[in-house]
Design a protein around this ligand. Structure first.
Ligand SMILES: Cc1cc2nc3c(=O)[nH]c(=O)nc-3n(C[C@H](O)[C@H](O)[C@H](O)COP(=O)(O)O)c2cc1C
Length: 253
């Protein structure tokens, strides 16, 4: 067993502050190669990875991520996209069917491929002492980010990660207990008592209590629904993303 890797996986945390240390080209190449080595659907690699390292472009890109400081401060920002464009171009050139993948199934396949390649890059980076942060804001501002990165039709951003050597060592965040998320053989739906037990433990953590107080809410669930991920925002960003998925040609069939 590779104990170093297991140790990395069990002790990782998101890093949002980065030192000035440059990530050399060889390290970036290794991370990209490790990601690309991942499983992917049919070995078609329905994804593309856009690397942003230029200081000025990172600053501009940060605006589309609601000015989250990681984007301008990290030495490397990766935007990982579902991409049927490249494959369809090859099919066209070889007189194969060109529009087989302009549908929702392939949006999903591209999303899974893009996510797997991303997470493998994250593990590789963390195993080499780097820190990463995922940015969900990429889907909120997908159209604007796609314009900025010059993504053609058939390509849509799925996720973004910032990457750099850590300049912080945050506490390990809590997770639900393993038996709260794992079901044996069939899904065992949660009773009210289960929910009470699973989330009750979370709610009692000192950081949760502090978080509720800071946000002036009555409980932790309300911090999520009233402050962090509001229904109106979800509807707006969800509709925008859906519209853009259509515009990019993923729902043509
Ligand atoms: C899909 C996704 C989107 C995320 N978006 C953001 C983000 O926009 N900003 C941020 O600071 N962290 C973001 N994160 C990081 C999570 O907040 C973090 O993983 C979670 O709080 C658990 O903390 P840990 O990774 O340190 O264990 C995102 C993570 C994922 C997987």
């Amino acid at each position: 067993m590779n104990e170093h890797l297991i140790d990395t996986l069990l002790n990782r945390r998101t890093i949002r502050k980065y030192s000035n240390k440059i990530i050399d080209d060889k390290t970036i190449a290794t991370i990209l190669e490790a990601g690309i080595r991942s499983s992917n659907c049919g070995n078609m690699q329905i994804y593309s990875i856009i690397v942003t390292r230029d200081e000025q472009r990172k600053k501009e890109l940060a605006k589309f991520h609601f000015n989250q400081s990681m984007v301008s401060e990290a030495p490397v920002v990766l935007t990982i996209c579902a991409d049927v464009n490249r494959f369809a171009k090859w099919c066209k050139k070889r007189n194969a069917v060109t529009d087989a993948y302009s549908n929702f199934l392939w949006f999903n396949i591209g999303t899974v491929d893009a996510t797997i390649v991303t997470q493998t890059m994250c593990i590789a980076a963390e195993a080499m002492g780097l820190g990463i942060c995922y940015l969900g804001t990429v889907t909120y501002m997908a159209k604007e980010i796609a314009d900025f990165l010059k993504l053609p039709k058939g390509v849509i951003p799925i996720t973004t990660i910032t990457m750099g050597y850590p300049a912080e060592n945050p506490l390990l965040t809590e997770r639900l207990a393993v038996n709260a998320v794992v079901h044996n053989e069939t899904y065992k739906d949660y009773t009210e008592e289960d929910i009470e037990q699973i989330y009750g433990e979370f709610e009692q953590l000192p950081q949760s209590v502090e978080y509720v107080k800071e946000n002036q809410q009555q409980n932790l669930a309300q911090v999520f629904t009233n402050c962090r991920y509001k229904k109106d925002d979800s509807l707006l960003f969800g509709r925008n993303y859906f519209k853009f998925i259509k515009e990019q040609g993923f729902l043509d069939e």
